[in-house]
Design a protein. Structure first.
Length: 345
């Protein structure tokens, strides 16, 4: 019992999936201990954070002028460094409350970010109270490990990770990325496409949260066996008054058609650039699909139809990246070859 109390003061290694939509933290030996929206509510008068995570997300679109709910990440990279640091510090303190030692940390980044953007992520983590250096792992590799793919194999595997800000398409072999496409079209773009479609077709203004709810409940990438309709509420752009309209799943599918096609085209381009031997492996193994966007109804069917390759939905698509990063902590010496080299390491 004494040892349990004593050991609680020592830091536990953690893996951070710093996502555009959500931040997840995995603690070595404990699993996923935090999953909260990447949102901070700031008092603009003094710059003080009033709420972080779930509480801050509930404030989006509902705050007075002096309070702003900010998403510090955009398209998978840090758009507001100071706010991101405050958010990370809050989450790390929440997970590592009693520790007197800084934790060793693995943090995920999109494969397509620049060296400067990668360094910004690393510095935000290090300034938030983790041990230097913060180890960096590309999201496609973390997603592949979390989806059960053996990344050190000589056989090629394709992973498609559709997140909030970016879609990562990568062919992985021998602990590394052979070919990849990282596009800044993902869940957020689908939400924005719905907002613009409803605005154009129905003269109705929607908020971000409402658009996300519509995507989850009515969104699809392929025709449904039974198309449905539902009421949605927003503000009439002509009268300025609240208004309710009825939309169908066909309309929402039409609304998100362009960003879905962009994702499919990125997969096609990556396949075109893949060496023949690895392409043959992918034909045999299938394409692994993960990330929150993988839950869009019929997206797996559409990708399979467009590529002629079987699509395998990850067992836990929402958590694949953080679970893969966590596995790198659990098997640090075996999997440390997948980390991106850093000037500080």
């Amino acid at each position: 019992m004494f040892w349990n109390k004593f050991s609680s003061f020592f830091a536990h290694d953690m893996a951070i999936d710093l996502g555009t939509a959500n931040t997840l933290i995995y603690v070595r030996g404990s699993g996923i201990v935090l999953n909260e929206p990447s949102v901070v509510a700031i008092n603009l008068n003094d710059g003080r954070p009033l709420a972080v995570g779930s509480e801050a997300k509930r404030m989006i679109g509902r705050t007075p002028n002096h309070i702003q709910a900010i998403r510090p990440l955009k398209d998978g990279v840090i758009a507001d460094f100071d706010t991101c640091e405050k958010m990370l510090s809050h989450f790390i303190r929440k997970v590592n409350q009693r520790s007197i030692i800084k934790p060793r940390t693995v943090i995920c980044v999109p494969s397509g970010i620049t060296g400067i953007e990668q360094r910004a992520v690393q510095e935000a983590a290090e300034f938030s109270g983790v041990r230097r250096p913060a180890y960096i792992i590309p999201e496609p590799i973390a997603a592949a490990i979390g989806s059960g793919i053996i990344v050190h194999s000589t056989r090629g595997n394709m992973i498609v990770d559709i997140g909030g800000g970016t879609t990562e398409v990568a062919v992985i072999s021998m602990d590394g990325i052979v070919v990849n496409q990282s596009i800044r079209v993902a869940g957020d773009e689908l939400d924005e496409a719905i907002i613009q479609f409803i605005k154009k077709e129905h003269s109705l203004a929607l908020g971000e949260r409402t658009a996300e709810e519509i995507k989850i409940s009515l969104g699809s990438a392929s025709p449904l066996e039974e198309e449905v309709r539902a009421e949605i509420r927003g503000r009439d752009l002509i009268s300025g008054l609240p208004k309710t309209i009825v939309v169908t799943t066909q309309e929402i599918r039409q609304a998100i058609e362009e960003p879905v096609e962009t994702i499919v085209n990125a997969i096609r381009t990556t396949l075109d650039d893949t060496p023949p031997e690895l392409a043959s492996d992918i034909m045999e193994n299938g394409i692994y699909l993960t990330g929150g966007g993988a839950l869009l109804h019929g997206i797996d069917q559409k990708i399979s139809k467009e590529t002629g390759i079987e699509v395998i939905l990850a067992q836990d698509p929402l958590h694949s990246v953080v679970l893969g990063s966590g596995q790198c902590l659990e098997e640090f010496d075996t999997l440390k070859r997948v980390f991106v080299s850093s000037s500080n390491s």
